[in-house]
Unconditional design. Structure first.
Length: 360
């Protein structure tokens, strides 16, 4: 119940902040101040319904879909290369004018289900080199496809989420060290071979010194920092941001946390972060108290994904990490992403309904 209530609270606050952050940009670009919030609500309502329905389904059904989900995810990650590029990246599948989504979001969920399936039916597999081969092969294919898109933020989350699940599953730390030592050079080599090296270096240069290109690639980062700094302790008040008036590009997307800081101030932003922290903590508690290993790894994996996405978004907004294009859960604009997130919350709630007897 606590997990559900915090989810709804964050969703409501997120919708309010989305409208506040987006109405000026929506009016300027589309002549309709309600464009972004109305589309978000169009997905939020069925998303909440889907969350409830999924929460009533026995999560063990996902055992049957572990392989089909992953196969479908890999196919969709290939399909994106036949879709129009957006901001010089092939990340989206477009279906008509209303529906578009990033297959990487489905791939994250599929990876959690597949890893949970493997670690529940063969608990000792992550402790042996030969047992880790399937995990590494699937992860490697996903990483290569994400590099090709390119989609750095999704790659970071997928790798982090996979490592967290494997460590919690009992991964031998020596094997982990060997994987890191061997995997990092291979990843950098793949980036170079696929022709993404210059793009990566450009992102890093802007991160290190955004002032060097203050009117170009560094503009968004600098405006985000100005927005965060101008919020002060108490903020300017909801609706009173100045940076959203065409100074901070696309404030409704990846940099919405900057508007949150500007309008709600340090205190308001801290309270929202505490809500996220409480949600993440409750998610891990659900995972620890799950009735079986499958439910445990599902809850832990999905919660790890949520935690990494929140941390990465805030790190980008504060220029603690290169700009990678990652939204803030429940806050950033994106209807299909929101529905996917609420569906995953429903899966965690399904696990929470079958806790161990002593914890019920």
């Amino acid at each position: 119940m606590v997990f559900f209530l915090i989810t709804i609270l964050l969703l409501v606050i997120g919708l309010i902040m989305l409208f506040s952050a987006s109405y000026a940009n929506a009016y300027y670009l589309l002549g309709n101040s309600f464009h972004y919030i109305s589309r978000q609500l169009l997905f939020a309502v069925p998303g909440v319904i889907a969350m409830y329905v999924i929460s009533r389904i026995d999560y063990h059904i996902f055992h049957k879909f572990a392989y089909p989900l992953m196969a479908a995810s890999l196919v969709m990650l290939v399909i994106v290369f036949f879709m129009p590029a957006l901001n010089n990246a092939h990340r989206w599948i477009f279906i008509g004018d209303l529906i578009n989504f990033q297959p990487s979001e489905i791939a994250k969920f599929s990876l959690v289900i597949l890893y949970a399936h493997w670690m529940s039916i063969n608990p000792g597999s992550v402790r042996r080199i030969e047992g880790l081969i399937p995990y590494g092969c699937v992860l490697g294919v996903i990483i290569l496809l994400l590099i090709a898109e390119p989609h750095l933020s999704a790659m970071v989350i997928v790798v982090g989420m996979a490592l967290i699940m494997l460590i919690l599953g009992g991964l031998n730390l020596r094997l982990l060290g060997a994987a890191v030592v061997g995997g990092v050079p291979l990843g950098l080599l793949a980036i170079f071979v696929m022709g993404k090296w210059d793009r990566l270096m450009g992102r890093l240069q802007v991160w290190w010194n955004p002032e060097a290109d203050a009117r170009g690639d560094g503009w968004q980062t600098l405006q985000s920092l100005y927005s965060i700094g101008s919020g002060g302790l108490m903020g300017t008040g909801i609706g009173n941001s100045r940076q959203k008036y065409l100074f901070l590009p696309e404030p409704q997307n990846d940099f919405i946390f900057a508007i949150v800081c500007e309008e709600l101030g340090f205190i308001g932003a801290t309270l929202i972060l505490l809500l996220f922290a409480l949600l993440i903590w409750r998610g891990f508690v659900i995972g620890v108290r799950a009735r079986d290993r499958f439910g445990s790894f599902i809850a832990l994996g999905l919660t790890a994904q949520l935690a990494l996405q929140v941390l990465l978004n805030i790190a980008v907004a504060t220029n603690s990490f290169p700009n990678t294009g990652i939204g803030l859960p429940f806050f950033s604009y994106g209807g299909t992403s929101l529905m996917m997130l609420l569906g995953q919350v429903g899966v965690i709630l399904s696990v929470s309904r079958q806790t161990k007897p002593e914890d019920e």
